[in-house]
Design a binder for this molecule. Structure first.
Ligand SMILES: Cc1cc2nc3c(=O)[nH]c(=O)nc-3n(C[C@H](O)[C@H](O)[C@H](O)COP(=O)(O)OP(=O)(O)OC[C@H]3O[C@@H](n4cnc5c(N)ncnc54)[C@H](O)[C@@H]3O)c2cc1C
Length: 399
């Protein structure tokens, strides 16, 4: 990365003042006769071009180069709790297999636990080339420090190119620690992944409140780390296992814990819209909370879960667990019916993978219509009773 170097031997108090006045970002600081540049510098080069000659210069730093040919393998961390794998891990294996076709790299699964055999078998059934299993009593429960030591050992031994994690509470706490330990970058909450033939991972995610899709890569460091939300990718087909399994040495890994797990209590299971097969999603078109009763016949007949856009959470009409979107849940139901929703990018990112999308909106230019399989232009207060009647008729015919 380039930076601006200040040649302090040429700086006088007058010159310092001139540069401070010149900089549009207030990036100069002059203390104890020393002129420095702070983090506000945007490298606009104004000081180089318009400042006193030779005081500021642009240094195009030499990129630290990594020998990319030394790092091979797209690894997926198989997240588990009570020795049950989180399905996001299998979705990531599916994506890793797609990426590996571009780079001709093997796909690895990293399984850590106290009883890993069935997870190893499951990973093989999803078609990984090799499973690296770390089995030890110390890995029964997730401990971020101990698990970081394991993944550090994995990377140091196997020098792989990419490690993918689910954007789950565990993955969100774990992946940044690994990035810090291995002195590499991490892109959190990716919604898409791609890869260049040289192995550079393109980590794609919405940025600036969803106004742009940022393509982030890590060309000078390995491994490349990314977390990806559950339900962003499809579960791969199971195959006849062909991969190898390596039960890795664990004796050299530091198992000391700084925290002691005294007790775990499972939260009461609540229905999660991420798992729903049918969703009725409601938006700001509903004028009053009471009007939501209009959707009840549909909800019951279709055995649907109700979800909503963010404004309805802000109104206090729903618990935050019902929100679809970037700051809510990602859903991938068989059917979603959007009722009076504008289709802001933050919403669409959370539901665009649904198998069948039906949208109702009075605005014929509604953005959701572009991704919907069926679009109904109309007022929800007129369309809903008609939809209810239609479902009733279908119900009777099928009864
Ligand atoms: C950082 C950030 C994160 C965000 N995250 C999320 C998120 O995760 N999820 C989310 O949902 N939003 C999120 N938002 C908010 C998002 O930008 C939108 O403001 C929000 O999705 C709009 O909700 P809406 O479509 O219900 O409301 P509106 O935008 O007000 O749209 C209402 C729609 O209803 C239609 N309509 C009105 N009356 C009727 C009627 N009688 N019949 C039929 N159609 C009608 C209108 O034509 C319009 O299309 C986020 C915003 C930011 C800045």
């Amino acid at each position: 990365m380039a930076y601006i170097k200040v040649n302090n031997d040429k700086v006088t108090p007058d010159i310092a003042k001139k540069l401070i006045d010149l900089c549009p970002f207030n990036a100069f600081e002059y203390t104890d006769m020393y002129l420095s540049i702070n983090a506000s510098c945007k490298i606009c080069k104004m000081c180089v071009k318009k400042g006193p000659d030779g005081v500021c210069e642009l240094v195009e730093s030499v990129k630290p180069c990594v020998d990319k040919t030394k790092y091979k393998g797209i690894a997926v961390y198989v997240e588990q709790r009570n020795n049950v794998a989180h399905p996001v891990s299998w979705e990531l294996i599916g994506k890793a297999k797609e990426l590996s076709k571009v780079t001709q790299e093997p796909v690895y699964a990293i399984v850590i636990g106290s009883d890993v055999k069935h997870m190893v078998e499951e990973a093989l059934a999803y078609g990984v080339d090799r499973v690296f299993a770390y089995e030890h009593e110390a890995y029964r429960d997730f401990d971020v420090q101990v698990y970081t030591n394991v993944v550090e050992q994995f990377f140091k031994t196997h020098q792989n190119n990419v490690i993918l994690f689910g954007s789950t509470p565990q993955g969100r706490s774990f992946a940044p620690r690994i990035a810090a330990r291995l002195k590499t970058g991490l892109t959190a909450d990716c919604t898409m992944l791609d890869i260049k033939p040289d192995g550079d991972l393109l980590q794609i995610r919405p940025a600036f409140g969803g106004n742009i899709m940022a393509k982030i890569n890590t060309p000078n460091h390995r491994p490349q780390l990314a977390t990806i939300r559950y339900k962003m990718f499809n579960l791969p087909e199971k195959v006849s296992p062909f991969g190898q399994v390596s039960y890795e040495e664990t004796h050299a890994i530091n198992h000391a814990r700084k925290t002691k797990l005294i007790q775990t209590t499972d939260k009461p299971k609540v229905k999660d819209i991420s798992e729903a097969e049918v969703i009725i999603a409601v938006g700001r078109a509903f004028r009053k909370e009471k009007d939501l009763e209009l959707i009840q016949p549909l909800v019951q007949k279709l055995n649907a879960e109700v979800a909503c856009t963010r404004p309805l959470i802000e109104n206090g009409w729903f618990d935050a667990k019902h929100q679809i979107g970037l700051s809510g849940r990602t859903v991938k139901p068989k059917l979603i019916i959007n009722l009076g929703i504008s289709g802001a990018v933050q919403y669409i990112e959370g539901m665009k993978e649904a198998e069948l999308i039906i949208s109702v909106n009075q605005d014929e230019h509604n953005k959701l219509f572009d991704i919907s399989h069926y679009s109904i232009v109309g007022n929800i207060y007129d369309v809903l009773p008609e939809l209810n009647k239609l479902i009733d008729q279908i119900w009777k015919v099928n009864a």
